[in-house]
Design a protein around this ligand. Structure first.
Ligand SMILES: O=P(O)(O)OP(=O)(O)OP(=O)(O)OC[C@H]1O[C@@H](n2cnc3c(O)ncnc32)[C@H](O)[C@@H]1O
Length: 534
């Protein structure tokens, strides 16, 4: 090649030198040769070589090349039409089933905080555990939400979209009571879900520990605390049939009560999580526990301080005791029904509610209740599900309000007559309305006497429904875990983002080009001089 240059190209530039320069410098001289062109000898000293037509052409070509480089860099980094992946989780709770569709950019499976809730659908009817005597209906009940999901997820993504069903405390209780019935419900649900166009990954009961731990993952993932290695938020979940508390405490290393420990390695950080799930201490089952206690003394009528004055309803014993949480407490010779009336007295309600907890037995250094170990509370807490539904209705989500004032507010609410409550809240389900006084009292008792939140630490609680548009709950954490979307180690990131890299390379190319031209000027001048001398 150098030979070719010496023979053909160099003679085209006789103005540079009569004797060819060494081959290595030929390449460097070539642009100068072409750009400068052979100036007439007479003008050799005066005329600016950069003004020659060839120089202008070369400059234009250079500019075009630089512009092309910049355009390529810009096009390379323009926001592409984003492609998404999807995952679907059905939360089969004790009170109802909800479907959640999650979405994330297709190329960023392993990135942080990118999975978002795209849509949710509330299944009409009760939780799947209520279909024990007609399991087929459990499957049918999911159809409407599954159809909705088909519309929300693009058709071409259907076959690759994982679909999970996780059942919580309602099915835990049914499984304890009648495992054959629980299997049948799962069979029916599985059949219905297999017919969907999604990639069905199975239905199973989550343990209370999983429910607590995945709720904690969800809250901290959505808050970007895991990816950034920040102090984590504890999670408080109040369902219909169970309740979970999960948090990281410096005091807890799993040696005391190891059954409460869950270990995670996420984004390169190790977490020793304390978690406990109290079966039967969800809002609905806690109400049963309380009524079961109240009906012990007088089975025909219950005067309830947790109901509003003027509340008056006949209830069936068969319904009240239809749960393994209370079935062994049914009073001997109980009538078919009992009269449930209200007196609306918060202090007495608190005393009744306390009866469902055992605060005395504890074989550990410290306990929450029912002999369950709990380390000292630490850090902020997110409280969701029924914690939020109830406190939001009662206007008690502001935890900067002193606990004493919260109690006074609740006292006034409970003392309000039932007729007034119904009149003031025409759009609210009567079932919920009848329970807010009890639920508010239960939540305060559970938090302060059960979990040991004090007047100060109470203000560390955040009552939340959603974080950045996604519902707080176990479902997102469950899906992230099953799809391996949270890496154990922090992902290696390139030192520069792609755009930065392309820009720097372009700038360097331009600078090198300019420096090259300038560095060759003396060489070019020397050759021109040589020509003059000759
Ligand atoms: O986790 P498990 O125990 O299985 O229960 P779940 O999944 O059914 O529990 P949810 O979080 O869906 O609901 C918790 C409770 O809140 C109740 N609930 C739902 N919406 C409510 C509202 O607007 N006001 C009051 N209570 C509500 C519901 O009936 C349950 O008793």
């Amino acid at each position: 090649m150098q030979d070719l240059l010496t023979r053909f190209l160099f003679p085209m530039c006789p103005h540079l030198s009569l004797s060819p320069p060494p081959p290595a410098t030929l390449w460097l001289l070539l642009p100068v040769c072409l750009s400068v062109g052979p100036p007439p000898l007479s003008e050799m000293k005066e005329k600016n070589p950069w003004h020659s037509p060839v120089a202008i052409i070369i400059t234009v070509i250079g500019v075009i090349v630089i512009v092309a480089l910049v355009i390529v860099a810009v096009l390379q980094n323009r926001p592409l039409a984003q492609k998404y992946k999807y995952g679907i989780v059905l939360d089969a709770g004790s009170s109802h089933t909800a479907l959640y569709i999650y979405e994330w950019p297709a190329e960023k499976d392993n990135n942080t905080g990118r999975v978002e809730q795209k849509h949710s659908c509330k299944v009409i009817g009760p939780g799947i555990s209520s279909y024990a005597s007609a399991p087929q209906k459990a499957g049918e009940s999911l159809k409407a939400c599954m159809k909705e999901a088909e519309q929300w997820v693009p058709v071409k993504r259907h076959p690759e979209t994982p679909l999970y069903l996780g059942a919580t405390a309602g099915m835990r209780l049914l499984n304890i009571e009648n495992s054959a019935a629980s299997d049948k419900v799962f069979e029916a649900v599985g059949e219905a879900l297999q017919k969907s166009p999604f990639s069905y990954q199975g239905a199973r009961i989550l343990s209370g520990q999983e429910e607590g731990a995945f709720g904690w993952v969800t809250v901290n993932y959505l808050d970007d605390r895991l990816s950034q290695g920040l102090e984590t938020t504890g999670a408080l979940d109040l369902g219909g049939a169970s309740t979970q508390i999960s948090f990281v405490s410096d005091q807890y290393d799993g040696s005391e009560s190891p059954s409460n420990a869950v270990n995670f390695r996420l984004y390169g950080n190790d977490y020793e999580l304390y978690t406990h799930s109290f079966l039967c201490y969800g809002k609905d089952q806690a109400q049963r526990l309380k009524l079961a206690h109240q009906t012990q003394s007088g089975p025909n009528a219950v005067e309830d301080p947790c109901q509003h004055p003027g509340y008056n309803t006949t209830k069936k014993y068969s319904v009240l005791y239809d749960s393994p949480c209370v079935s062994n407490r049914k009073p001997q010779g109980a009538p078919a029904t009992f009269l449930h009336t209200g007196t609306g007295n918060v202090k007495q309600c608190q005393d009744v509610v306390k009866n469902i907890f055992n605060f005395t037995d504890c074989k550990y250094s410290q306990c929450s209740f029912n002999g369950v170990y709990q380390p000292s509370l630490q850090g902020p807490f997110g409280a969701f599900s029924a914690y939020y539904f109830v406190t939001s209705f009662l206007n008690l989500t502001d935890t900067s309000v002193p606990l004493e004032d919260v109690r006074k507010k609740l006292e006034r609410y409970c003392a309000t007559s039932w007729s007034q409550i119904v009149q003031e809240h025409p759009g609210v389900k009567e079932k919920y309305l009848a329970e807010y006084c009890f639920s508010g009292t239960y939540i305060l008792t559970l938090l302060t006497e059960g979990y040991n939140f004090t007047s100060e630490s109470y203000s560390n609680i955040n009552f939340i429904k959603k974080i950045k548009g996604s519902d707080a709950g176990w479902t997102l954490g469950y899906m992230l875990n099953l799809t391996n979307m949270i890496p154990a180690e922090a992902p290696d990131s390139p030192p520069l983002p792609h755009a930065g890299y392309v820009s720097i390379v372009s700038i360097c190319a331009v600078v090198i080009f300019i420096l090259l031209l300038f560095s060759l000027r003396p060489l070019w001048a020397r050759h021109c001089k040589k020509q003059q001398i000759v």
